[in-house]
Design a binder for this molecule. Structure first.
Ligand code: P61
Length: 891
């Protein structure tokens, strides 16, 4: 089987960990405080922490496992799950738990390595010598003549040592020292030899996945075997197998010793109580065992493995192409500090680490003992970084390499045998800084996506009546249905969520939210609701007299419906450009004061309930309004006593587009732009599920009108819940309070807007008709131009969304004739100017590689667009029909 490099992550992001971006000055201060030893720096002082042990991204299932700890001391269910996972993945019937790999080693050394014995090994970092030196000899028997499987054992040397008779066991590490993989053939030959001499073969399989991949790729006969099978074969070849939970199983700690040999197991069990804990937890918390059990099963998943290794290959190659002297490690690029800094006579590794941190905020560190080798591993935390981030880290190293001659030596002021003991008197080198320009977060937790074949997707869309709202999310690969409530929360938000003290009265979470949003918006009255449409209902009921007009900058489905249910008449007063998908006008979200003036002239100011002014107008393509327009509309309405209410669902995105498009705001922070925008309204209804970076929530605000606030609270009590929670769980309110702080981070919001634009650019370049310019939250494909042969009565956008799903596994949303509904007067379908399919980008969930895959898929569909036909209703609900309608293709 020839495998092509994967095109995007086989998962999406579920939780992010926010990154720190210390300034050059802060980095210098941090270095000085850390005595020029980057070991002493905390992750909060580091932008990218390039190590791979116990810092990997975990799966959502592992995270859930952390809450399933059966902290029982004896006989925990978590241990039973661990045993079952070991049996399933490694094929071993016995498992002895330990707190991590050192715990496993300690058990081995203290039980089956007699003093004075010899332990041949394929690496020089066994640590056995550290445990028992000088009584145990650990000769390195790695075969240095082997070109591919550089971790292979020199069989002749091993045999000679075995013949000497003093060998207690043979220790082989998968991807020895992080750089040297063994072959299956060699491992089997070692096992054959040890068996002949009645000795054990211990395999450290902490990086068995990387080694199994190497076997799959390079050893004849293994190309068609799944990683899971190769892993099991490796484990079964060992007498005793051990795994560090913090490595391949992506746990945060933990270790296991597994075997099929009941005597060995009994030996370990009897000893584990001395050093580690009882034999059913071994120094791990119950939750750690649960995470480890899940991680063991997940680590062999083929797509996940191929992705992780592809990242390593790509990163290493980029560094190498930039001339950086390195060795390819199983989990990253191991920089040769001696060749990087030949002009320094000592402490080259630490000098490299210091210079890299000083210029970029990246931490890479040579761990363990001093003088062990000349390498600084720049390891990739498994699944935690995007390719874009890795490219930039590589570029930071390359940029440093180009100015390496300017790196100054470090003078040691205190030394020890271990690197963490080193302290230096440093002098800052005169180096150019490297500026990161990427998503300001790392991946903390991943979520699996659905991967279906084309035939399966054809069945799924038929079953869903050609309505993407009715497709199961488990059947979707990249979900661009909506950016509403689909955000990946941050670990800080989760912390607030977990820490919130629930109450059905006023809570700290409520006060935090009111304070945080009050700070951001400057509005006096902040009334939480369970989501946006709840605020819309309350607002509409309290502000609209039956028969009044509600002018707005293009309709939104729920907003217009609530206005109508309250007896209002929606009138579209958006600028004409908004209805022209090809117009490049920068402010397609603006209100046309001419249109508004005409309405007022005809019916009088009293006939207007309020002006409903949406930011980053959803149905127009996420198009922004200008600051001038907001100011002008507010002044004009103020003169006539007409209230202005913002739909501030995507105001932050609007603010970002003001920063980008209005030169007067180029140097103003997003937060300040937003504050100014909020001066030009009397209140806001907000769906918090978008900008606020949360999964559920909303709010109604009023700038200063206490009477309105009191009326809104009255309705809130009736429809939603408490005035202090709006029907939201306290925990969700706490997460929302934190989300409104994160949303105005300039790096974050710019990276989001840029990602949307990048998708738009990829489509434009390849001739796909989309609404221009690209807006904030989504790219809208123009179905009229994509499928000009389908009349609007046959719902071209509905069909296009269905076909995009079939072709690519990407789920999008119709925003055309079906959404616009029927004219209540004539009963006929409206024929909206915009017949669109929305590719909506959830916040912090997808990477640029996902976006590239989306663009490629749509281009494939473009090439076969002539084959696509229209649809007709088979079921049509009366209101908001697009959510649940069902269709069938027209022949
Ligand atoms: C969306 F297909 N938007 O964009 P709620 N105002 C604005 C919104 O974008 C919005 C709401 C108010 C959604 C969800 C959605 O026809 C649909 O918190 C500008 O969803 O109640 C929601 O806020 C309502 C999708 C809503 C739809 C209605 O995907």
């Amino acid at each position: 089987m020839r495998r092509r490099p994967p095109t995007h992550e086989p998962h999406k992001i579920h939780t992010v960990r926010l990154l720190a971006f210390p300034t050059p000055q802060e980095r210098r201060e941090n270095l000085a405080k850390a005595r020029f030893n980057v070991f002493n720096m905390t992750p909060e002082q580091v932008t990218f922490d390039m190590c791979s042990n116990a810092v990997n991204a975990m799966s959502q299932a592992q995270r859930a496992g952390q809450y399933l700890g059966d902290e029982a001391y004896a006989g925990a269910r978590n241990f039973e799950n661990l045993e079952a996972a070991v049996e399933a993945v490694l094929g071993h019937s016995f498992v002895c738990p330990a707190h991590n790999l050192l715990g496993c080693l300690k058990l081995v050394v203290n039980t089956i390595v007699p003093q004075g014995s010899v332990v041949p090994a394929n690496n020089h970092r066994t640590r056995i010598e550290v445990f028992s030196a000088p009584d145990v000899d650990t000769p390195d028997v790695r075969d240095r003549s082997e070109p591919v499987f550089t971790g292979n054992v020199d069989l002749a040397r091993l045999e000679a040592l075995l013949e000497d008779g003093n060998v207690s066991l043979v220790m082989v590490q998968a991807f020895a020292d992080g750089q040297h993989p063994f072959s299956m053939a060699n491992l089997r030959a070692v096992r054959g030899l040890t068996r002949r001499f009645g000795k054990r073969l211990i395999v450290d399989g902490s990086r068995v996945i990387e080694n199994a991949w190497y076997i799959q790729k390079h050893e004849p006969g293994f190309a068609d075997l799944p990683i899971a099978d190769i892993v099991k074969q490796v484990a079964k070849t060992a007498t005793v197998f051990m795994v560090d939970g913090g490595q391949d199983p992506k746990c945060n700690t933990g270790g296991i010793l597994t075997t099929d040999n009941p005597d060995d197991h009994e030996t370990f069990m009897n000893r584990v109580v001395i050093h580690e804990g009882l034999h059913t937890y071994g120094g791990m918390a119950g939750r750690t065992m649960e995470m480890l059990a899940i991680g063991l099963r997940e680590m062999c998943e083929e797509d996940e493995v191929q992705w992780a290794i592809y990242q390593t290959e790509r990163f290493t190659q980029r560094c190498r192409d930039g001339g950086v002297p390195l060795e390819r490690g199983c989990d990253g690029a191991y920089v040769r500090a001696d060749q990087f800094l030949p002009h320094l006579s000592a402490h080259q590794q630490d000098a490299f680490s210091v210079a890299l941190y000083q210029t970029s905020g990246v931490r890479a560190f040579a761990p363990g003992r001093v003088d062990r080798d000349d390498l600084v591993p720049v390891q990739i935390p498994r699944l935690a970084m995007t390719n874009e981030q890795l490219d930039q880290v590589a570029d930071a190293i390359i940029a440093l390499y180009r100015q390496r001659d300017a790196i100054k030596p470090l003078q040691a002021v205190s030394e020890g045998a271990w690197r963490d003991q080193m302290a230096y008197h440093g002098v800052f080198s005169d180096l150019d800084d490297f500026e990161f320009d990427t998503f300001p977060y790392e991946i903390h937790t991943i979520e699996k996506v659905g991967v279906l074949s084309r035939e399966e997707r054809e069945r799924a869309i038929r079953a869903a009546g050609y309505n993407t709202f009715l497709v199961r999310s488990a059947d979707v690969e990249i979900d661009l249905l909506t950016d509403s409530g689909t955000t990946a929360m941050s670990t800080d938000q989760w912390a607030a969520h977990a820490a919130a003290r629930a109450g059905s009265t006023a809570t700290d979470a409520y006060y935090d939210f009111v304070r945080a949003l009050g700070d951001v918006m400057g509005h006096e009255h902040v009334i939480p609701t369970h989501q946006g449409r709840a605020a819309e209902q309350i607002l509409s009921e309290m502000m609209i007299e039956p028969g009044q007009f509600v002018p707005g900058n293009m309709y939104f489905t729920t907003t217009k419906l609530h206005q109508e249910l309250a007896g209002g008449v929606f009138v579209d007063v958006i600028v004409d450009e908004a209805h022209d998908p090809e117009s490049e006008y920068s402010w397609k979200g603006n209100i046309d004061l001419g249109k508004l003036g005409k309405l007022v002239d005809e019916h009088g100011a009293d006939s207007i309930a309020y002006v409903s002014f949406e930011h980053a107008v959803n149905m127009a393509g996420g198009q922004p309004a200008s600051m001038d327009n907001m100011k002008e509309v507010y002044a004009w309405c103020g003169d006539r006593n007409i209230p202005v209410i913002f739909d501030a669902t995507r105001s932050v995105e609007n603010a970002c587009m003001i920063q980008e498009r209005d030169p007067r705001y180029r140097d103003t922070r997003i937060r300040d732009i937003l504050r100014e925008m909020m001066l030009y309204c009397d209140g806001c209804s907000v769906s918090g599920k978008k900008d606020f970076l949360i999964n559920i929530g909303g709010v109604q605000t009023f700038r200063d009108n206490a009477e309105w606030a009191a009326r809104a609270r009255d309705l809130l009590r009736i429809y939603e819940g408490n005035v202090t929670d709006g029907g939201l769980a306290t925990a969700d309110l706490a997460a929302m309070a934190r989300g409104v702080e994160e949303m105005t981070n300039d790096r974050y919001i710019r990276s989001r807007i840029r990602q949307t634009r990048a998708l738009g650019d990829m489509l434009i370049e390849r001739g796909i008709p989309i609404v221009r310019p690209a807006g904030g939250h989504a790219i809208f494909v123009d179905a009229k131009r994509f499928l000009p042969h389908i009349d609007q009565e046959e719902f071209p956008a509905q069909r296009l969304a269905a076909e995009i799903y079939v072709e690519t596994g990407v789920r999008a949303m119709e925003r055309g004739t079906v959404s616009k509904d029927r004219d209540p007067k004539t009963g006929k379908n409206f024929r909206p100017k915009l017949e669109l399919v929305r590719l909506t980008i959830p916040r912090r969930v997808y990477t640029n590689d996902h976006m590239r895959a989306v663009a490629d898929g749509i281009v494939r569909l473009w090439d076969r667009r002539h084959e696509i036909t229209g649809l007709r209703f088979v079921y049509e609900p009366k209101r908001l029909r697009f959510f649940q309608a069902r269709f069938e293709p027209v022949a």
